[in-house]
Design a protein around this ligand. Structure first.
Ligand code: NAD
Ligand code: UDP
Ligand code: UDP
Length: 317
């Protein structure tokens, strides 16, 4: 049957009630697509999607991706998985299950529907990297039995499934390796460093610096990242990824704390707590591939992104 709106797609976003998923859905709805958000609300929140309640092109499905899903869609974004170390270590077996069984079920769905599928993978596949900055051809340095392994190995196995479904079943895949991303709709005190520091600074509490604070991360603003998602999804079929998506600007956690204190005008102090197990010493994406294949690079500097995030957190309190 001819479709009524040729350019309008029906798109499934798993994990769509989460931080990144909800921003992605806003962009897709804005482009005129129909969106089905499948989420079990494990770490996501209805608040992130409540503005879409009753929207004629939006549907919420309370669903756990560990279970099969039989629906008809044109495209799938698979984002369902807790992302903060505190959240994913809360029930590590469930994290691995979500990553692996979620990927398997969504790939089975994509295979049956012959539709394109995007996977939210992570810079954690590089573990505590010995190569710096990280390029996509680096195989990584992951402790398979450590406390981060439930997430790191779960995501690595999901990538394996994506490439095996691609090679063996011809599934049209897009794998993004996402580096630390922040922005409005992160949960306050979800354990991630940006949300922790902002919440603490606003409350006048000490900022909790883990270890010596000299470890580095590269922070990407959510709008920039979602633009990368859309460009990867629209890219030619031979661009399967994995493609790094992140902001190459690299900062120590001490520098990040300094920026948050400056922006908030807070007089909070820094206190040192112990470094979590297997915490990577350094992390910075090489985004040459994304620039070449997608014409993508981040545009929002850390100070500007933090300001926007701060505005959001201020309104919450
Ligand atoms: P988030 O925790 O805000 O969102 C994850 C969403 O998945 C939540 O809405 C949660 O309820 C849902 N979910 C979890 N388990 C589920 C299950 N079994 N079935 C259905 N839904 C389930 O995290 P986020 O930062 O928005 O991350 C989204 C995706 O991006 C994740 O896959 C994460 O691994 C990946 N990622 C994020 C970052 C980052 O810095 N934000 C970095 C690398 C990778
Ligand atoms: N699957 C699903 N929706 C579908 C098709 C498959 O959730 O529309 C699930 C299915 O239940 C299975 C997984 O995806 O657990 C892999 O499916 P596939 O057909 O590749 O493998 P098989 O079912 O033969 O093991
Ligand atoms: N971190 C910190 N204080 C906090 C939370 C995190 O110093 O309150 C550190 C953490 O040890 C890590 C970095 O900040 O070195 C980034 O942590 P996050 O959990 O945000 O992301 P990930 O470790 O997954 O990159």
């Amino acid at each position: 049957m001819a479709r009524l709106h040729q350019s309008r797609k029906r798109i499934l976003v798993t994990g769509g009630a989460g931080f990144l998923g909800s921003h992605l859905i806003d962009r897709l709805i804005g482009q005129g697509h129909e969106v089905i958000c499948a989420d079990n609300l494990y770490t996501g929140s209805k608040r992130n999607i409540e503005h879409l309640h009753n929207h004629p092109r939006f549907e919420f499905l309370r669903h756990d991706v560990c279970n099969p899903l039989k629906i008809e869609v044109d495209e799938i974004y698979n984002l369902a998985c807790p992302a903060s170390p505190v959240h994913y270590q809360h029930n590590p077996v469930l994290t691995t299950k979500t990553s692996v069984m979620g990927a398997l079920n969504m790939l089975g769905l994509a295979k049956r529907l012959r539709c394109r599928i995007f996977q939210a993978s992570t810079s954690e596949v590089y573990g505590d990297p010995e190569v710096h900055p990280q390029r996509e051809d680096y195989w990584g340095h992951v402790n398979p039995i450590g406390t981060r392994a439930c997430y790191d190995e779960g995501k690595r196995c999901a990538e394996t499934l994506f490439f095996d479904y691609h090679r063996h079943h011809g599934v049209d895949i897009k794998v993004a390796r996402i580096f630390n991303t922040y922005g409005p709709r992160m949960l306050p005190m979800d354990g991630r460093v940006v949300s922790n520091f902002i919440t603490q600074a606003l409350a006048g509490e000490d900022l909790t610096l883990y270890g010596d604070g000299k470890q580095t991360r590269s922070f990407c603003y959510s709008d920039d990242l979602v633009e990368g998602f859309l460009r990867l999804m629209e890219s030619p079929a031979d661009v399967t990824g994995p493609v790094n998506l992140g902001n190459p600007g690299e900062f120590t956690m001490i520098e990040l704390a300094g920026q948050v204190l400056k922006l908030t005008g807070s007089r909070s102090k820094l206190i040192h707590l112990s470094l979590p197990e297997d915490d990577p010493r350094q992390r910075q994406p090489d985004i040459t591939l994304a620039k070449e294949k997608l014409g993508w690079q981040p545009t929002v500097p850390l100070a500007e992104g933090l300001k926007r995030t701060l505005d959001y957190f201020r309104k919450l309190t």
